[in-house]
Design a protein around this ligand. Structure first.
Ligand code: SF4
Length: 456
């Protein structure tokens, strides 16, 4: 069996499962957020009754993150619905925007979009926050009401996005009927060259198979090249499995996974026992590809979909209006460090926005010092408009006052994951997906630029 089949077999209570088989899978974690949470709760109450209890309070995680730092009253109402539900159900893992359990978050114009407007429990973008808060464990099954739930495949688990109806059912029963996806095999060899990042790996893979090339399939990433990738690199790659239509992405378990997961479970007091899945001698794959990491170059997915792959060095003729560093894909600490290495001592030529994925990342950037100056300050000095309000922000457009939102038909280079028309706001804008290093280099020149130009 493949890694995905092994996780699903265990979660089904069977010795083995096969691709295409329909099986009842037990969930280890159900995650929802402010966009789909109210709908999921509505389905749950409608189907199980207004007084029903969730199947396991320890296994429901609620992380508001999408439409948070906006004056839009309907968005704030969504979070109110989550708060009421968490209180009513006594959920221990509700990462509220405010500390006052009976309060209501409202936009504070005096603090504006840049200064922190959240309480101490707020966790930020769910896919970056779930592992930070100790909710991702090898060998487990994670369902989330968000397509990028697949990010957690970096931790050797089966993680996939589900709709509100399925999530409402999981909330009541802890189970879901799933078709076992066939697995595609991506064997990574070698190691990345300076200036080339994990984002380039996944943009390359999607470019090879097309943005629908993995529809309802599992993407298995393994091989000797994985060891040279950090956990955050693996998250970036697994995150974009869905951009090829994948059901999930999954990595092998190794020492890095173990120490990361153990550290986070200990820190947060979450469940610390788990059983990873390891590769079998015989695995059935429907597709095989070797990715030679050392041969990859900085890569860009052009408008209007993530499969429009080109090399950054071929696109110098594309003039840009905007650059954006952020999201669950490109808003992690290592992403901002890569951008800062490029931007240090230089200045951006176009509007450039930086939105860390979680408050913890904000803290990292503000306390990591290079020659006595914080990475945060290095980015600000380079002209990047940084916000302490970690969240999804402009990655998916959001309300019109969202920080960094593309409100005009601009060309934007972005460290995010999705570039279908209108994704970051204006329907006639164009989004070019790239690594944080490529985004930073392009921000300096105002044109799409290969970041190796700035490698020391
Ligand atoms: S950062 Fe973007 S892709 Fe990630 S969860 Fe938020 S909206 Fe979705």
């Amino acid at each position: 069996m493949t890694l995905t089949e092994k996780v699903l077999a265990r979660a089904t209570g069977k010795a083995r499962v096969e691709a295409g088989e329909n099986v009842w899978v037990s969930a280890d974690i159900l995650m929802t957020h402010d966009v789909c949470g109210p709908g999921t709760i509505g389905v749950f109450k409608r189907e199980f009754g207004p007084k029903a209890r969730v199947w396991d309070r320890q296994k429901v995680v609620i992380m508001p993150d999408h439409y948070i730092f906006t004056a839009d009253a309907k968005s704030a109402r969504n979070v109110d619905v989550l708060r009421e539900f968490a209180r009513e159900q006594g959920l221990p893992y509700f990462y509220d925007v405010i500390d006052e359990p009976a309060g209501h978050w409202r936009f504070d114009p005096n603090r504006g979009p840049v200064k922190s407007q959240h309480g101490s429990r707020y966790a930020g973008v769910c896919h970056a926050a779930l592992p930070q808060k100790g909710h991702t464990r090898p060998g487990e099954v994670l369902f989330g009401t968000d397509s990028h739930t697949c990010t957690a495949g970096a931790f050797n688990e089966f993680a996939t996005g589900v709709g509100n109806t399925d999530a409402g059912f999981v909330m009541g029963t802890g189970k879901l009927l799933l078709k076992v996806p066939a697995s595609m095999h991506f064997r990574l060899e070698g190691r990345l060259s300076p200036g080339v990042m994990a984002k380039d790996v996944i943009l390359h893979c999607i470019g090879e198979i097309g943005f629908d090339g993995a529809t309802y399939r599992a993407l298995q990433f393994d091989g000797p090249g994985v060891a040279s990738l950090s956990i955050e690199d693996r998250m970036t790659i697994a995150n974009m499995a869905i951009e090829a239509g994948g059901k999930n992405g999954i990595f092998e378990f190794d020492d890095q996974t173990e120490s990361w997961v153990n550290g986070r479970c200990r820190l947060n007091g979450t469940l610390s026992t788990y059983e990873p899945v390891e590769r079998d001698q015989h695995e059935d794959f429907v597709f095989e590809m070797v990715v030679e990491l050392d041969r990859l170059e900085p890569t860009v997915a052009c408008h209007p979909n993530p499969g429009q792959r080109k090399l950054a060095r071929e696109l110098g003729h594309i003039k840009l209006d905007r650059a954006y560093i952020g999201s669950c894909t490109g808003g992690k600490s290592s992403d901002f460090l890569a951008a800062a290495r490029t931007l240090r001592g230089r200045h951006v030529a176009i509007d450039t926005f930086g939105v860390p994925a979680t408050p913890e990342i904000v803290g990292d950037l503000q306390t990591t010092l290079w020659d006595g100056k914080s990475v945060w300050q290095i980015l600000v000095d380079a002209g990047v408009q940084m916000t302490e309000n970690a969240g999804c922000a402009a990655c998916l457009g959001g309300p019109v006052d969202t920080f960094g939102r593309v409100n005009a038909p601009l060309k934007c280079i972005s460290a995010t994951n999705r570039n279908f028309p209108g994704r970051m706001g204006h329907k006639d804008s164009q989004v070019f997906l790239a690594s944080p290093a490529t985004v930073a280099a392009s921000a300096i020149s105002g044109r799409i630029t290969d970041p190796r130009k700035y490698c020391d």
